[in-house]
Design a protein around this ligand. Structure first.
Ligand SMILES: *Cc1c(COP(=O)(O)O)cnc(C)c1O
Length: 342
């Protein structure tokens, strides 16, 4: 079984994936240069490959998805404006309050129960600016939306939001963009066509050890390069890690479908064990399963005793994420542990 070396089934996050043998070979053989001079051929190849995949003019390799999101805020939202975003989005909740100090913006959060933003909520925020509310400077969506059980955006819902946004720019936090592509059949490029900038994590389901990419118009990305430097994100011979990202883009996208099937199996087990936990298996379309429980630590401890690690994303909310290092046998072991959990 391809669980971690310790034999533990680690469902805490898809960030725990380790680079594949092919990635390690590519990393060892990577041609490199100084990327701060724009001279690392492997980084350049990765940026070109991602930009091509999402149909954008240019892309920038960055150390983390958080940095990509923060760059988008700094570049697209003027200081003192608001960023309209779903209340549970990563950029709102899980970046340690970065938007204030980094971009001098504040969030105007709206409901994101099913992972999407209702265009009427955006219209309200835009109109409220005429009634002494601060002015929206950017819209931010998350695709897939992690806390909504990894829900992918229906492309029609995104187009409807885009229409209401008008001239307002839109950043897509596509940390798991390719999970959305695989689950819906809507291409990453079709999603990205509705956005000004889009970011994607290479270090989650795509299995690369480090790194994310941000893509957008050439003129925005030129500024992003300078902002990355300001944040201390210039990485020199980064081709060593970009090489793994290239392998991820080439070899790890289609297999995400397997993660989605396995997550659904886990969701069935959760719904069976805790019918009151709010887990709706039919809504689990990608690789994230969440459910509510009053005593999350008791559940985590029990599962850990069975060699199964799960995480929490909020008080009283447990999460499991499937990924390359979780095979069918690991899922069966997890299901058995869930069935016996308190
Ligand atoms: C993981 C994640 C990020 C940030 O990525 P890091 O590389 O961990 O900084 C951003 N948005 C979403 C939705 C994520 O899941």
């Amino acid at each position: 079984m391809s669980s971690t070396p310790s034999g533990v089934v680690d469902l805490r996050s898809d960030t725990v994936t380790r680079p594949t043998p092919e990635m390690r070979r590519a990393m060892a053989d990577a041609e490199v240069g100084d990327d701060v001079y724009g001279e690392d051929p492997t980084v350049n190849a990765l940026e070109e490959a991602f930009a091509g995949r999402v149909g954008m003019e240019a892309a920038l390799f960055v150390p983390s998805g958080t940095m990509a999101n923060q760059l988008a805020l700094r570049l697209l939202a003027a200081p003192g404006t608001t960023v309209v975003a779903g209340a549970r989005q990563h950029v709102v909740v899980y970046e340690n309050g970065a938007a204030g100090p980094n971009a001098a913006v504040q969030f105007q959060t709206v409901a994101d129960h099913d992972g999407t933003i209702d265009p009427d909520d955006l219209a309200w925020a835009l109109e409220a600016a005429d009634h002494h509310y601060p002015t929206p400077g950017l819209v931010c969506v998350e695709n897939t939306h992690m806390p909504a059980d990894g829900a992918p955006w229906p492309i029609e819902a995104l187009r409807a939001l885009r229409r209401v946004a008008g001239a307002l720019r839109l950043h897509m936090d596509g940390a798991r963009l390719f999970n959305a592509e695989v689950a819906t059949g809507t291409s990453a490029a079709a999603y990205a066509a509705q956005a000004t900038t889009v970011m994607c994590c290479l270090s989650k389901g795509l299995c690369a050890p480090v790194g994310s990419v941000l893509a957008g118009p050439a003129e925005v990305m030129a500024k992003a390069r300078a902002e990355r430097q300001r944040l201390g994100g210039g990485m020199r011979q980064a081709g060593v890690i970009a090489a793994a990202g290239l392998v991820g883009l080439r070899t790890m996208v289609e297999r995400l479908a397997e993660d989605h099937v396995r997550a659904r199996r886990l969701a069935d087990a959760v719904a069976e064990r805790w019918p009151e936990g709010g887990c709706r298996p039919e809504r689990v379309r990608t690789n994230v399963v969440t459910w509510r429980h009053r005593a999350t630590q008791v559940v985590r401890d029990h599962l850990a005793g069975e060699g199964v690690l799960v995480g929490t994303i909020a008080p009283g909310v447990l999460r499991m994420v499937t990924h390359h290092d979780v095979d069918d046998e690991a899922v069966e072991r997890a299901c058995k542990a869930l069935a016996g959990a308190p």
